[in-house]
Design a protein around this ligand. Structure first.
Ligand code: ADP
Ligand code: NA
Length: 342
């Protein structure tokens, strides 16, 4: 009889951009501020997921603390939730193995994220040996580890973007297979809590999503960016030569992307944002967008700096979070092992 539980995770892969912030971090902050006290909130820095494409050890250690600092700077109160690093709770890997033995190869092969990586590696027009080398078993079974993350905590709701809906379906499938095979109710069926912000696109190519792996200069706003850096990037954002401001993601993807950013930050429908800016010239519009972003992100940046300056505090938060996460996770893992006869 577990409480209503929300679980979500983010990979430690460096400083977040505004897409990560609007798509994940700020939503977590809101959950902390607005959920009733009876809701259990669990946020994980999923470092075991990150080693499917391993960064240098020193970077990973650094990214983990950075991740915790960013999460807290985005309004996640460590007193209100459980905040921890995945690798500090060994139940994740244990349950992952058990679930791996219940996951069909065919089903996993159909995951679109896996297929797109496979396609890149199989693309004969490029030197695909490098890409082939990166196709490790961990990448293939990544969604099973994700299922273990979620199911360990008897999670009811998982706040994620639309790109994760398929993986959530797999999680439900695995949970159902387990419960059916062993005629039990060990796992709670998790539901998707879809992030309201649409995908934020690259400022330089609004047909491509904003991403950490994009090498184009000025393509993304980082939560560590100063007001000047933000102003410069927005000024350089690709728009169009159509007069006035309208929301049309197909015909005017650059303008629509800036509207989406403002809508996400101010929690308004796009229609309301357009009303305020419709008569503006592009230059004025960009200044207004810059102001909205700066006034929202500047406190986050300063808080991120403040927290980052105290690694011992971060480590203490993560240690305490891991203890609590471990207590909850062990309840499920013990039940799972008993059920299957281990
Ligand atoms: P990246 O593609 O930059 O490496 P991740 O895959 O690490 O980002 O995603 C971390 C979180 O941020 C996920 O919850 C993901 O849905 C969200 N996210 C990433 N990019 C965007 C984006 N461009 N717009 C909205 N949300 C995003
Ligand atoms: Na629950």
């Amino acid at each position: 009889n577990s409480p209503n539980t929300v679980f979500s995770g983010i990979q430690p892969t460096g400083v977040a951009h505004i897409g990560n912030y609007l798509g994940a971090l700020s939503a977590w902050g809101r959950l902390c501020a607005r959920s009733p006290p009876s809701t259990r909130l669990i946020f994980s820095i999923v470092d075991l997921h990150a080693i499917t494409m391993p960064p240098p050890p020193e970077s990973l250690r650094e990214y983990k603390r950075q991740g915790a600092a960013m999460i807290m700077a985005s309004g996640v109160d460590p007193e209100r939730c459980v905040l921890y690093a995945q690798s500090a709770v060994s139940a994740h890997t244990e349950l992952c193995w058990i679930l791996t033995c219940m996951s069909e190869f065919g089903y996993l092969s159909r995951m679109t994220q896996w297929k797109s990586k496979l396609n890149i590696a199989d693309d004969a027009s490029t030197d695909n040996r490098e890409a082939q080398k990166h196709l490790n078993l961990g990448l293939f079974s990544y969604p099973v580890l994700q299922a273990a993350d979620i199911l360990l905590y008897q999670t009811n709701q998982v706040p994620v973007g639309d790109d994760q809906v398929q993986h959530l379906e797999l999680t439900r499938h695995i949970a159902d297979r387990f419960n059916t095979r062993y005629d039990c109710n060990v796992f709670t069926m998790p539901n998707v809590l879809l992030t309201p912000t649409p995908r934020i696109m690259s400022l330089k190519n609004p047909k491509k999503k904003m991403s950490k792996s994009d090498t184009a200069v000025g393509s993304r706003i980082m939560i560590s960016d100063t007001a000047d850096q933000i102003a410069k990037k927005i000024k350089g954002a690709v728009t169009d030569s159509i007069e006035g401001i309208t929301y049309d993601p197909e015909a005017r993807p650059g303008v629509a992307n800036l509207i989406d950013i403002v809508a996400g930050i101010t929690e308004q429908p796009q229609k309301e944002v357009v009303k305020q800016y419709s008569m503006m010239k592009h230059g004025e519009f960009k200044t207004a967008v810059t102001d909205v972003i700066v006034s929202n992100l500047d406190p986050v940046r300063l808080e991120f700096q403040r927290i980052s300056a105290d690694p011992e505090y971060i480590d203490a938060i993560l240690r305490r979070g891991a203890e609590r996460a471990n207590e909850i996770a062990q309840l499920t893992l013990t039940e799972v092992k008993r059920t299957i006869g281990l």
